[in-house]
Design a protein around this ligand. Structure first.
Ligand code: NOJ
Length: 856
């Protein structure tokens, strides 16, 4: 791998690399002249970004054309109330999914079911628990990215879900302590981008909508929604170059892949909330990237009614301001806003078209199931309330449909292929002839409360196969390492013992000594957990407090290695941990990162340990020697009084390996590294140049904003109908008075607020230079292939194996990273045979963002 880096770098022409100004903020900021290039290359405290209006209306670009035609026809028939229903959730626990919008019964359009999570169907039974994002990323295998997406999408579909709330590329993993990094793929934007695109395509091929989240700059749990003494959410301050070259990059891939929806995040970006930030939503997402689907809030991530609508928000979830407050920024207030003209009708129409077009785009019509959704997120009882919070409509709510199909085999393969062999002094693979095998550590065994015993996996008991929070699913079973290894040992007629108490030092020592005496193998399981901030585990408020192993894992390893000279360490961790205390210990004969594997954990690690699967996974992050080695950290304490904490992404694009390269910090295990039971040699590197037309900035204008149907001005048309008894805390679109002022309940109604200039302009708008008028994903010339690199990879060892050749480029500018990953492939090669690595390099791969030109 290292050789490959060097070879390719030398071979590639650097002439195309451009120079970008040092982290230039866009455009008005307090960015000072850089004095310390290590900390001053990104945005600074108090950072702002420019307003951008009007909100771009979807035009049915590319393969969205037919869906848009259908959506226009559908939305044209709707009344104002029906349109409002599409955009607004009915309130927390109002229906059966974690989020539901209002239905349009007149036209048989059902309430849409939005359901977590990025690794399986959350809050229900008889579903699969897939490997987490970080694990599938470590396979570096496009086919597996897609397959996992398709299998997850199928399970959501068969439960009657319309929108799967995943995949995740925000957080991308700016700092390793970030609580939800494991839900996403990798801090590298290209690996993340390829993984998210394949996942989106897989999910949507199953006939449901994906929701790529969380947009954008959501890199930590602390202060994501303020705090006890802080009313505003943290502001992630990000400059324009960093935004384009790092954080926005994988979202661009998701948009290009056709993601049906995007979830705006809890945090602020440059001191404006993500769900009402016109720069990120109107300008970047909808204009520059040409996103054709809809933007949905994270749960209670909305902070304004009119402003969020004008800034590009399309759907509010779960619809109420506080859970079950019975109030909404939209719902009746959206009805009022359209009637009094503070939100133009075309903007509401655009919200609806985007939602309905996404529905057609993935062919939801043809993918309906009986009794959908056939589960309730709020209880697993068979009978219960359809409207859980209001305790109304007692009926059958769970049908316990088993949707797992044959996914277990795929899950086992994915987990094994996402396992990274970090060290091997010849100890692995195990032969099965070990006279006595010892298994150590609670991470090898069952959670005493059962695999689902802690709500949303909010504890670290037993083997770690999933982090905690909303990004979870219930395990249908969890194969522990201990039981799978035991089955293997018994099938070989040998002996196995275990000590699963992490603190039973005497017993650990005694067993380790006996194993050493008979030349057996000691397998030590350790872990490190993290999750979403609404659950605190062992004092970790979602984010990790440190990078050390949990349950004194270092002590466990020290105890076993003091006596056992063949100690194999297996780590289930959400990201990098500090291994400096023991990785060089000669009694540690092998080290494995077994990632966050999902339900087949034990089988997958046993496949690797015993050589049934030859490890081919590669690191998706860097393993540093210390916490400080990463250069970035989280903000744990407020730094702005009672105001929004300010997190300056001052390191710019230099996260993970880019930072290590920049400061010359030697990692313990580098990004992209992973061993195999065989060896590979590279030869015959070739670079083929393609002729592509020159890059041309996009010009021209959109059409004007479509207005679909008409809205009656008679407020009496919008009153709650006599035959509807409202459910408690349920959000409806109805007015409660024919007076808009009275209906708003706002004592300040009628005050002349100033709304942003341009927000009401429905006339044709210029396309952005970096945008596109033909397809989502931005200027299509970015995706022209300029070079193709090929190399021969030969398996020089004795067993078949997988290799992941990786293509790194040096863009060559003074503000560029030393190298950046641009492509890769995973190839299976028989012993003695050769395979060909082929990787395209696009124009985008060779471009920098130019803030002044607002173009690549
Ligand atoms: C909040 C989380 O941030 C988001 O990822 C999730 O989809 C929603 N809650 C719904 O559970």
């Amino acid at each position: 791998m290292t050789l490959m880096r060097g070879v390719l770098l030398a071979a590639l022409p650097l002439a195309l690399a451009q120079v970008n100004p040092p982290g230039t903020p866009f455009p008005n900021s307090t960015y000072p002249n850089s004095t310390d290039p290590l900390t001053d290359s990104g945005a600074q405290s108090g950072e702002t970004s420019p307003p951008s209006y009007p909100s771009p209306w979807g035009e049915g670009l590319g393969d969205w054309e037919a869906a848009y035609a259908q959506a226009h026809a559908f939305v044209s028939q709707l009344t104002l109330l029906e349109k409002v229903n599409l955009t607004t959730g009915v309130g927390w626990e109002g229906e059966k999914c974690v989020g539901n919008n209002g239905a349009i019964p007149r036209l048989g359009f059902k309430s849409l079911c939005m359901q977590d999570s990025p690794l399986g169907v959350r809050d229900t039974d008889f579903v699969s628990a897939f490997p987490a994002g970080v694990t599938i990323a470590a396979t570096w295998d496009r086919q597996l990215f897609y397959q996992r997406g398709y299998d997850m999408g199928s399970e959501h579909r068969d439960k009657g879900v319309d929108v799967q709330l995943g995949p995740v590329v925000g957080p991308i993993g700016r700092s390793p302590e970030g609580g939800r990094n494991w839900e996403g793929f990798s801090p590298d934007p290209v690996l993340s981008g390829i993984a998210v695109a394949q996942t989106v395509k897989g999910i949507q091929a199953a006939g449901i909508m994906s929701c790529t989240k969380h947009y954008i700059g959501y890199e930590q749990e602390h202060f994501r929604q303020g705090g006890p003494t802080i009313s505003d959410s943290i502001s992630s301050n990000i400059d324009d170059v960093t935004m384009h070259e790092l954080y926005l990059w994988p979202f661009a891939d998701a948009v290009r892949a056709g993601t049906a929806s995007v979830m705006c995040s809890y945090n602020q970006i440059n001191n404006s909330y993500a769900c009402q930030n016109s720069w990120t939503q109107n300008y970047l997402l909808k204009n520059e990237l040409g996103f054709q689907g809809f933007v949905m809030t994270d749960w209670s991530g909305q902070h304004s009614g009119v402003s969020s609508a004008l800034a590009g928000l399309d759907m509010t979830m779960p619809g109420d301001i506080g859970f079950d407050s019975g109030t909404s920024f939209w719902g009746p207030n959206l009805t009022i806003a359209v009637l009094n003209g503070t939100i133009p009708q075309w903007r509401l129409d655009d919200m609806c078209v985007r939602i309905v077009a996404a529905w057609y785009y993935v062919d939801r019509e043809a993918n309906q199931v009986e009794n959908a959704p056939n589960f309730s997120s709020w209880t697993e009882d068979t009978f219960g309330y359809l409207h859980y919070y209001a305790s109304e409509d007692y009926t059958q709510i769970n049908y316990h449909v088993d949707v797992r199909g044959d996914h277990a085999a795929n899950i086992r393969t994915q987990a094994a292929k996402g396992t990274v062999l970090l060290k091997n002094n010849g100890a692995l693979p195990l032969t099965g002839k070990e006279k006595l095998t010892g298994v150590f550590g609670s991470d090898a065994s069952e959670n005493q409360y059962g695999p689902n015993g802690c709500s949303d996996r909010g504890c670290d008991n037993g083997t770690l196969a999933m982090g905690w929070g909303s990004g979870t699913a219930n395990f249908p079973y969890l194969v522990t390492p201990l039981e799978a290894i035991k089955a293997e040992v018994l099938s070989n007629g040998k002996s196995i013992e275990s000590v699963i108490d992490d603190y039973a030092y005497a017993q650990q020592n005694a067993l380790a000594r006996r194993i050493s005496d008979v030349a057996g193998a000691c397998i030590v399981f350790v872990n490190a957990d993290a999750g979403e901030g609404y659950i605190i585990v062992d004092d970790n408020e979602g984010d990790r407090n440190n990078l050390t192993l949990w349950h004194n894992g270092d002590d466990l390893i020290r105890n076993v290695t003091s006596f056992c000279n063949n100690t194999i360490v297996v780590m289930h961790t959400v990201g990098p941990v500090l291994v400096d205390a023991w990785y060089e210990n000669e009694n540690v004969t092998a080290i494995i990162w077994a990632a966050i594997p999902g339900q087949e954990s034990g089988n997958a690690i046993t496949d690797i340990l015993y050589g049934k699967v030859n490890p081919g996974g590669k690191n998706v992050f860097t393993w540093g020697a210390s916490r400080g080695a990463y250069g970035t950290d989280l903000l744990y304490e407020p730094n702005n009084g009672a105001g929004a904490p300010q997190e300056d992404f001052a390191e710019g694009i230099f996260i993970d390996y880019r930072h290590f390269d920049r400061v010359g910090e030697t990692p313990i295990y580098e990004f992209g590294f992973g061993l195999s039971y065989t060896t590979f040699a590279y030869s015959n590197l070739q670079v083929q140049t393609h002729s592509a037309p020159a890059y041309t900035p996009t010009t021209g204008q959109t059409g004007s904003a479509p207005v679909l149907g008409s809205v009656s001005n008679n407020t009496a048309d919008y009153l709650l109908p006599d035959d509807i008894t409202p459910l408690v805390a349920y959000i409806y679109p109805y007015l409660n008075s024919t007076s808009l002022a009275a209906s708003s309940g706002d004592p300040q109604y009628g005050i002349n607020y100033t709304f942003p200039a341009g927000a009401y302009d429905s006339s044709p708008q210029p396309f952005l230079a970096a945008g596109s008028k033909v397809a989502p994903g931005g200027n299509q010339a970015l995706y022209d292939i300029l070079f193709t690199v090929t190399a021969t990879v030969t398996n020089t060892g004795g067993v078949a194996g997988d290799e992941v050749p990786q293509l790194y480029l040096s863009l060559g500018g003074p503000n560029d990273a030393k190298v950046v990953l641009r492509n890769f492939d995973r190839i299976t090669i028989a012993a003695g045979a050769s395979g060909t690595f082929t990787a395209d390099i696009t124009r985008r791969d060779l471009s920098n963002w130019d803030t002044d030109a607002q173009d690549w």
